[in-house]
Design a protein. Structure first.
Length: 155
C-alpha cells in the first residue's frame, strides 16, 4: 500500500512539473509602445513567458508617408514648390535572448526610406512631414504579434 501511495505522489508531482513548464512557455507581450526619435520611430516592447535562455527573433514594422520639398536659402518653400510624396513599409529586426527570467525588454528603431527629390541650385531638399501608422511588433519565433495603436507624426 505504501508503495502505491509513493507512486501516486510521484505521478502527481510529475504532472505538476509538466503543467508548470507548459504555463511558463506562453509567449505574450506585456507592453508595446512607439515614440518618435527625430525622424525615426523607436518601438519598445516587453515579452514574457518565453522560457529561459531562448533566442527570439523580432520584427517591428510600420507603414509610413512622407512629404519632401525644395526649400530656398531663406528657409521658405518657393511659390512653385517642387515636392514629392513617398510612402511604404519600413521594418527593423533583431534577435534577443530571454536570459534567466524568460522575458525580453528591447527597442527596435524604424528608419524612414529616403526621397529621390532633386532640387534646383540654391534650394535644398527638406522633409516637410512624416507619419508612421499601422505599427506592430512581432515575435517571429513564436508567431505572436502586438499592434501598437496610434499615429506618430512630425510636421
Amino acid at each position: 500500500m505504501r508503495r502505491v501511495s509513493s507512486l501516486a505522489v510521484l505521478a502527481i508531482l510529475a504532472l505538476g512539473l509538466f503543467a508548470q513548464a507548459a504555463i511558463a512557455a506562453n509567449p505574450h507581450f506585456l507592453r508595446a509602445s512607439a515614440r518618435l526619435a527625430g525622424d525615426n520611430l523607436a518601438v519598445s516592447f516587453k515579452e514574457a513567458g518565453l522560457g529561459n535562455n531562448q533566442s527570439i527573433d523580432y520584427v517591428a514594422s510600420a507603414d509610413f508617408s512622407r512629404t519632401d520639398s525644395c526649400v530656398n536659402g531663406g528657409k521658405k518653400v518657393p511659390s512653385d514648390p517642387k515636392k514629392t510624396d513617398t510612402s511604404g513599409v519600413v521594418e527593423a529586426s533583431g534577435t534577443f535572448s530571454s536570459g534567466k527570467n524568460g522575458s525580453i525588454s528591447q527597442t527596435l528603431t524604424l528608419v524612414p526610406l529616403g526621397t529621390t527629390l532633386e532640387c534646383p541650385p540654391g534650394q535644398q531638399e527638406t522633409l516637410i512631414s512624416l507619419t508612421y501608422f499601422n505599427v506592430s511588433i512581432t515575435d517571429v519565433t513564436n508567431d505572436v504579434t502586438e499592434a501598437i495603436p496610434g499615429t506618430f507624426s512630425r510636421p
